[in-house]
Design a protein around this ligand. Structure first.
Ligand SMILES: [Zn+2]
Ligand SMILES: [Zn+2]
Length: 170
């Protein structure tokens, strides 16, 4: 079998590090040839679950291996637009999510709270998936206009943040 031409080998190596879909190759870490990897990227996220992202999401991570686990530490910063799950008003929110996860490369999938996603598939860490999961985990009550949101009146649908409606209290 013929060897790959030099230029092609180069291209392959570059793509292996980080391709356009924001995947990071961590095989060097897993093989022990690298101790630490710093990742800084900006990821455009498609809208999901009623959340839109007017700006690229900033992902800054430090990766290392410990006890055969991939340790992921850092932060995800995102601006989120959507509707409050309580009162349906427009919300424009900046979130800063601290990331501190241990993922199991051997299982090809990760441990809580990234359970059902593909954040880690083999030696590929998917930054877009990680950003998406981090944003979701930062909104355990869904998107809210504020912690004091009183929601809508169940009887007449009035926004209870803007005043009392004339319905009887339940
Ligand atoms: Zn609200
Ligand atoms: Zn009412």
């Amino acid at each position: 079998m013929a060897a790959l031409p030099g230029w092609r080998g180069l291209m392959l190596r570059r793509q292996a590090f980080m391709d356009r879909s924001h995947r990071v190759d961590i095989s060097g870490l897993l093989a022990g040839s690298r101790q630490l990897m710093m990742v800084a990227d900006e990821v455009r996220l498609e809208p999901f679950e009623g959340l839109a992202f007017p700006e690229p999401v900033k992902v800054e991570l430090e990766l290392h291996q410990a006890d055969r686990m991939l340790v992921v530490e850092g932060a995800v910063d995102a601006r989120i637009r959507g509707r409050c799950d309580g009162c349906l008003e427009e919300v424009d929110l900046a979130v800063h999510v601290e990331v501190s996860e241990r993922l199991d490369p051997a299982r090809g999938r990760d441990v809580d709270p990234f359970g059902e996603s593909n954040v880690l598939a083999g030696a590929r860490l998917d930054l877009a998936d990680l950003a998406q999961q981090s944003v979701l985990s930062s909104l355990p009550m869904g998107l809210r206009c504020g912690s004091e949101c009183r929601g809508l009146c169940a009887a007449c649908g009035a926004n209870r943040n803007t005043g009392e409606c004339s319905c009887q209290p339940a």
